[in-house]
Design a protein around this ligand. Sequence first.
Ligand code: NA7
Length: 542
Amino acid sequence: MASTQLNLDAVIVGAGFSGLYMLHRLREAGFSTCVFEAGDNVGGTWYWNRYPGARCDVESIYYNYTFSEELLNEWTWSAKYAEQPEILRYINFVADKFDLRRDIQFKTRVNTAHYDEEKNRWDIQLDNGQSVTAKFFITAVGCLSASNVPKMKGLETFKGEWYHTGHWPHEKVEFKGKRVGVIGTGSSGIQSIPVIAQEAEHLTVFQRTPQYSSPARNTAHDPEYLKEIRANYNEIKTQMQQSAVGIPVVQGERSALEDPPEERQRLFEAAWEKGGLMTLSSTYNDLSINPEANETAQEFIRSKIREVVKNPEVAEKLLPSFYYGTKRTIIDTNYFETYNRDNVTLIDVRKAPIQEITASGIKTAEEEYDLDMIVFATGFDAMTGPLFKMDIRGKDGVSLKEKWAGGSQTRTYLGIGTAGFPNMFMLTGPESPSVLSNMMVSIEQHVEWVSDCLNYLRENGLGVIEANEDAENNWNQHCREVADMTLFTKTDSWYMGANIEGKARGFQIYLGGVGTYRQICDDVADKGYEGFALIPSKEPVL
Ligand code: NA7
């Protein structure tokens, strides 16, 4: 059957937080737009990550859209840290409020997007056989949407159930009476382990790298507090936008080494008691840059783990030793306490690696564990993974994968554009603050920058915008220089691409802070999109 071709101003890939807002902005500005979304509903990350205990580690009052005062006043978060179902309800509420669904095609994956230089249009093929052309191609695919199930011998022979946390079933998964194995102790593992342990007959945790985690201390919201937040939201929004990570954080002004041990202990204790994402890490100003200062925070958390976990042998296995904060900082609810339960066993797979999955469980170098269910909390091919799931080709048929492959690493200009790929925009792309910021702040900033850019092109009769190679190289170098000033690059993490076999190593996030980054992006726009080549339209396309 011949399919009819849609010709649009812009195609957006993904109906998560970024894709939805991008659609709203472009539609308001009069551009013809459609979102293609693989899932059967809106939500992106929050649609797919439905594992037990999933919740956002950014406080709910900061983790929402801020572009509409009406929306801010209409939605009330129940708790300091919102659970996945509540966040998904919020996203659905937004989609309904702004009538977004009529321009979203669900259950549709973008397979290929090829730029046709002659026509100056993107040719897009969907997995249902439909083809679409668009002047602009905008990826809103998220940073953590390509889930990583490590290649393990024998997985196909396993007779029980198995799931990945980032692709969790929509129906309730029953743990009752089952022997469950969880592989991985990143955020997803640490959030789900305490919840699974409460239900399962037995839980075996397969840990490769012990993690630093501190208490979230989640609480229900006090209506008076929310009233105050609403009354001051404009000021709070400005603070978020100008901050380092998109959350107003009180940053300590001294080095951890300036304080005597007793005072340091007092401040760390206070942070531990208060709980929350940045509380401990912002106690001092040098924890992320000075190895000795970092060691003080490491030792503090190790002492807490020894204090909480009753069995000293188990506690010992749980002690992390990498630089604190250089893998995603984690906050938890009863994570370390869970190892005091009789129905929980911790296996160190660094010492005795997993050799294979058998029909009945997991076999390590030391022992075989019988399991009814395996939960892979093994993370994602971050940042580039979601983009590489599509065959994106720019000028001369060069694919994004080829351009960024091998040792050459990812290169972007501002994390928004990349040379050789005209009229393509990446929302929260590699080399932007993205996952090391409050995503909502970074999403709104990118969406607004891109929609302003499209308006500018239209107003000025411009048909093509493309990042210059020089600008891109300078940005790439700047990103690396900033990252090299910190301890982040000293740890193997998914920020470095180190969790995926064969992936080129390189720090993929801009660490200069969201306030600084916003200023840089605004300056680029104010200077007529400096660093981008702008070419007049042959015909008035928009
Ligand atoms: P993460 O943070 O990438 O954690 C994945 C975990 O899985 C981590 O403990 C890994 O150990 C472990 N892992 C990965 N592969 C293996 C194999 N082959 N064997 C044993 N263990 C393995 O993913 P999450 O989903 O927890 O969190 C992702 C982000 O989502 C999070 O940072 C928040 O931003 C939200 P490793 O540390 O690599 O040794």
